[in-house]
Design a protein around this ligand. Structure first.
Ligand SMILES: CC(C)C[C@H](C(=O)NO)C(=O)N[C@@H](CC(=O)O)C(=O)NCc1ccccc1
Ligand SMILES: [Ca+2]
Ligand SMILES: [Zn+2]
Ligand SMILES: [Zn+2]
Length: 157
């Protein structure tokens, strides 16, 4: 599927990174989902069940799908597009140092990018877009470009 057939999506955080408190991870993930719910009709509900639409996980190297992580740097995270089962699932490479600031990799920023993929967005060629392929520091108050917003609303608006 290229998009979810519903606008209320559940998410569950299966395992956490040891770089941050679980409370901090919860709030970073919630803020990253809010980026998209603010720009579209989408709603996200935290669930206790790993059967949630979007299963968030931190893992290293081979972790049960066909895309093993690669140690520090390189691939930081990946997400599967909309669909049942692994669809929507979002994995973070725990070989990275996850931060809430500008050191290491900012979890909020990477998560916001990954959730774009989980919702059906591909990479953009526009360096101003959150969906541009490579990580760079952005103003957390304004991470979406007009293109990002237009794209999410072309799917769910
Ligand atoms: C081919 C995929 C699996 C590469 C992977 C990605 O795009 N995940 O969504 C990734 O980790 N990309 C790196 C860049 C790279 O591997 O060259 C990245 O920084 N992704 C996180 C990101 C990208 C743009 C904005 C914010 C965060
Ligand atoms: Ca990596
Ligand atoms: Zn994975
Ligand atoms: Zn990406």
């Amino acid at each position: 599927a290229n998009k979810w057939s519903k606008t209320v999506l559940t998410y569950n955080i299966r395992r956490y990174t040891s770089d941050l408190s679980s409370t901090t991870v919860d709030s970073q993930i919630d803020s990253a989902l809010n980026v998209w719910s603010k720009a579209s009709p989408l709603k996200f509900v935290k669930s206790k069940s790993p059967k949630a639409d979007i299963l968030v996980d931190f893992a290293t190297k081979a972790h049960g799908d066909s895309y093993p992580f690669d140690g520090p740097r390189g691939t930081l995270a990946h997400a599967f597009g909309p669909g049942d089962g692994i669809g929507g699932d979002t994995h973070f490479d725990d070989a990275e140092t996850w931060t809430t600031g500008s050191g290491g990799f900012n979890l909020f920023l990477v998560a916001a990018h990954e959730f774009g993929h989980a919702l059906g967005l591909k990479h953009s060629r526009n360096p101003a877009s959150l969906m541009y392929p490579t990580y760079k520091a952005r103003n957390p108050q304004n991470v979406l470009s007009k293109e990002d917003t237009n794209k999410i609303n072309s799917l769910y608006g």
